[in-house]
Design a protein around this ligand. Sequence first.
Ligand code: SAH
Length: 353
Amino acid sequence: MSVQLAPQSISQPLLGASLEDLTAWVQEQGQPAYRGKQLHQWLYQKGIRSISEITVFPKAWRETAASANVGRSSIAHQSIASDGTIKFLLELADGNIIETVGMPTDKRLTVCVSSQVGCPMACDFCATGKSGFLRNLETHEIVDQVLTVRDVFDRRVSNIVFMGMGEPLLNVDNVLAAVRCLNEDIGIGQRSMTISTVGIPGHIRRLAQHKLQVTLAVSLHASNQKLREKLIPSARQYSIEDLFAECREYVQMTGRRLSFEYLLLAELNDLPEHAEQLAQHLRGFQSHVNLIPYNPISEVDYKRPDRHRVQQFENALKERHIAISVRYSKGLDVDAACGQLRASKIQEGSELR
Ligand code: SAH
């Protein structure tokens, strides 16, 4: 899973490379091996944007190597929500803009990272899908999001959720390379990372073969096939039975509990019969359900259920012994909540810092 740096290459981004690769790279540049370790430390711990910042390097080489591509993006815009969540618009080297969200609590700093520019899945309730799909993110573009959030908050990142723009399992090589880097180079535990997927046939099984310690979250959102197809066009190619079968295999192969995300849309998928159906599917399944009350987006007029309806749905599942919790998304007031991220233009009038 390591990133191969071409010999003498200074155009391929350094971010995402392992200690071994960085050591090989400095040696190819005629430098002693220990400079690889220094580069690794400055890249991942100090968060340099250019090799010229590495003051422990000899001045002459620092100047030559300054043209090497570290692979950092720039912050085009950031907006702070009332709960302290910050949404970042990051500008990539090719000018594309992606969104990343930093969510602080007393004990944690969670980064919600994007895996693609836009998203091809076109789920009806999700803003990202409405802006179409442009391309997969490269490994360094994923890692960079985490470093950017860490730099701005000036604290250690404790958790990563692949719940930003895009479908991570359609960019699995780069996502896994980023997981390796975040884990081994930056020191974030795999168990503190969650990969969220809408489900792509065959891909959950394939992911299971990597035997990672990361949590897999599956965006279920419906208790039966008909309803799921209405909300998620790609579900037409993936029956709910096949999805559950792969999920069961995942639990068997990894020994890890799985999360199911269930978006709550008032009067559409939050009725008692839906709770009953969902409980039937999940009986005996080693899983945890996260209910996400719908966060409004402008293109569609789904309704967010009020707290009472959410509570009723939650109780109906609890009574049936299903492990469940409600996730009230953070950052709602700056459109940084689940499903509200888009490859947007910089918004007029929002807070600039
Ligand atoms: N493509 C991945 C990850 C991206 S979205 C996936 O589908 O899982 C992260 C979560 O936010 C998913 O569960 C997604 O369905 C949910 N989501 C999308 N739009 C939403 C909205 N408007 N309100 C609340 N959650 C939403």
